[in-house]
Design a protein around this ligand. Structure first.
Ligand SMILES: *[C@@H]1O[C@H](CO)[C@@H](O)[C@H](O)[C@H]1NC(C)=O
Ligand SMILES: *[C@@H]1O[C@H](CO)[C@@H](O)[C@H](O)[C@H]1NC(C)=O
Length: 305
């Protein structure tokens, strides 16, 4: 840990020094994540993991390790058809007085093959669901269409729980495709809930969802946005930036157990410890790292134990 801190410090200093030569350019700097901060993410990781469990287990909140780690959670909606609509759940989590919305991901091999397809379309958002979003904001059409299938149902459930629990905080969570859906939900809920609502997002191994205008809109509208990438996971680098895709801010990159860094900027391409430099091409990426473990917690179909 000390070595990492020193290395990061050294690297930051080099960047700072080198930036003094170019007064107009300010290089972003990575920051090590304190161990205490890393451990506060564990419950969100367990929610992302739980979303892969069978629905009958989620209804009773008896899904093994993930549910046992979140005993006070009260699910109120568990749905999805395992076909066009992956499992998702909504409920109330007392420790943070927040509504939780969590989405399951999908088979990562298929996801990567879909997202490296050269025919991916970037389309504007539906302006009924996303009112007043400029038409230059575009997202992957597959993510957009799948999100639309669950969006109004989730919004209604969140409103119901806000009223019943007298709260105004919602946290959207997901891994893989589920992270992409959570990212869209973060914007959708921000636009459709009262202005004083607090929307938080925590995503894991999320692909790029939309273009730079979309990423910047997330930065502006959802300041509490965190996306967590594990080591050499391949998924966060697809679809490629060359195809017009970008990530919002908020990257936390897990380097090894207990060691993680905050990466500044949208889709940080400069820092050697962030995702892009770590996985410069799909050939250098890993599908195994996509499944974690995220600080000791595995996420995926095989992780509902
Ligand atoms: C946009 O969403 C609304 C509400 O879900 C739906 O009725 C409408 O058909 C959608 N429009 C397009 C162009 O998909
Ligand atoms: C939040 O906004 C809603 C509707 O706009 C309002 O009813 C409620 O009193 C507000 N709550 C707070 C704490 O400001």
């Amino acid at each position: 840990m000390l070595v990492l801190l020193q290395l990061t410090f050294l690297f930051s200093s080099v960047l700072l020094l080198s930036s003094t030569g170019f007064a107009a350019v300010s290089f972003p700097v990575t920051k090590p994540v304190p161990r205490a901060t890393i451990s506060t993410l564990a419950p969100y990781t367990q929610f992302a993991r739980a979303a892969y469990c069978p629905q009958y287990k989620l209804h009773r909140w008896e899904c093994g390790v993930a549910c046992n780690a979140l005993t006070s959670f009260q699910p109120s909606l568990v749905a999805g058809d395992g076909n066009g609509i992956q499992t998702y759940f909504v409920g109330y989590w007392p420790p943070e007085k927040t509504v939780i919305v969590a989405h399951q991901g999908t088979d990562p091999t298929r996801l990567v093959s879909d997202l490296t397809d050269m025919n991916i379309l970037l389309d504007p958002l539906n302006d009924t669901l996303f009112p007043d979003v400029p038409s230059n904001v575009k997202v992957h059409d597959g993510f957009r269409n799948e999100h639309a299938l669950t969006a109004p149902i989730i919004l209604a459930e969140v409103k119901k729980l806000f009223k019943y629990r007298h709260i105004k905080k919602v946290t959207v969570i997901g891994h893989s495709l589920g992270g992409a859906l959570a990212e869209l939900d973060a914007l959708y809920l921000t636009l459709n809930l009262p202005a004083n609502t607090s929307v938080h997002a925590v995503t894991y191994g999320t692909p790029r969802v939309g273009n730079l205008a979309f990423a910047k809109l997330i930065d502006k509208m959802v300041p509490n946005f965190r996306r967590i990438n594990n080591k050499k996971d391949i998924v966060p680098i697809v679809p490629g930036r060359s195809m017009g895709f970008a990530h919002p801010r908020g990257e936390l990159h897990i380097l090894s157990p207990g060691k993680a860094i905050f990466c500044p900027g949208n889709d940080d391409a400069i820092n050697w410890q962030c995702q892009i430099q770590t996985v410069p091409t799909v050939l250098r990426g890993s599908l195994v790292d996509h499944l974690g473990p995220y600080e000791g917690i595995p996420i995926g179909t095989g992780a509902c134990t």
